[in-house]
Design a protein around this ligand. Structure first.
Ligand SMILES: [Zn+2]
Ligand SMILES: [Zn+2]
Length: 243
């Protein structure tokens, strides 16, 4: 009987997908080529960050010798004396193209792009990172209502399916203002206490925290603080794009 319902569900999904494909065919989010959410040609031309010239700590482009992002002056502006996470890496620079890709994913609801983003992020895990689990930045409740899905969780799920790493729901977000409505200075001011972390998900674990875009770093900094306070042994960060 279970087999019957499973086969029925599969058939229904197939019919729904075929109908959707007819009405709304899959197109590359950047060039409109049919049949792909991100076509091989656009994927090849993305502005990838070069790990060998990036800052080994924060992952900033061309920061290998001297990183302005990790400089004491910049950290002081963020009320920090040091970068809180162990290391961070990102797949691409945030440009008009990659910005469009991210908006198509999270604001226009092309959720299949999570698979493309996760695949590109997989290549950016540093081999020396010893990871136990993957955590994500949970969406604010206003973003959840606006989009109808938690884009961070979806990206993390796709990433775990791609890598075989375990997903943990380690962070909760006490309701806060929508960060997109804030200026850069307001974002930085609106820092403290943005996340609660669950000790049972964090204790003694080495956690990979993933997010779609690193802007000022303040979100990842705060989330890292919460994970460490809840007992995480180490915190590495990985984002799809980096401003
Ligand atoms: Zn394309
Ligand atoms: Zn740096």
């Amino acid at each position: 009987m279970n087999d019957f319902w499973s086969a029925t569900r599969k058939t229904a999904r197939f019919i729904k997908d075929a109908a959707l494909e007819t009405v709304w065919p899959t197109r590359c989010c950047l060039c409109d080529a049919p049949g792909f959410t991100l076509c091989p040609s656009c994927e090849r031309d993305l502005p990838y960050l070069d790990r060998w010239t990036a800052c080994p700590t924060c992952g900033a482009a061309f920061g290998l010798i001297q990183c302005t992002e990790c400089s004491p002056v910049r950290l002081e502006r963020l009320n920090r004396s040091r970068i809180p996470f162990d290391e961070c890496s990102s797949a691409v620079r945030f440009t008009a193209e990659t910005g469009r890709l991210v908006r198509t994913f999270k604001d226009q609801g092309e959720q299949r792009l999570a698979l493309d983003m996760a695949r590109l992020m997989h290549a950016c895990i540093h081999p020396e990172w010893d990871l136990d689990a993957v955590a994500f930045i949970p969406a604010s409740s206003s973003a959840l209502i606006r989009r109808g899905f938690d884009h961070g969780e979806l990206l993390a799920r796709a990433f775990c399916a791609e890598t075989g790493l375990a997903l943990v729901h380690a962070l909760d977000r006490p309701d806060s203002k929508d960060q997109r409505a804030l200026s850069r200075a307001e974002r930085i001011r609106n820092l403290t206490g943005r996340f609660d972390a669950r000790p049972d998900a964090c204790r003694r674990r080495s956690i990979l925290l993933i997010d779609d875009v690193l802007t000022t770093g303040s979100t990842l900094f705060d989330a890292t603080d919460a994970l460490r306070e809840a007992g995480a042994r180490s915190v590495f960060c990985l984002t799809f794009a980096r401003v």
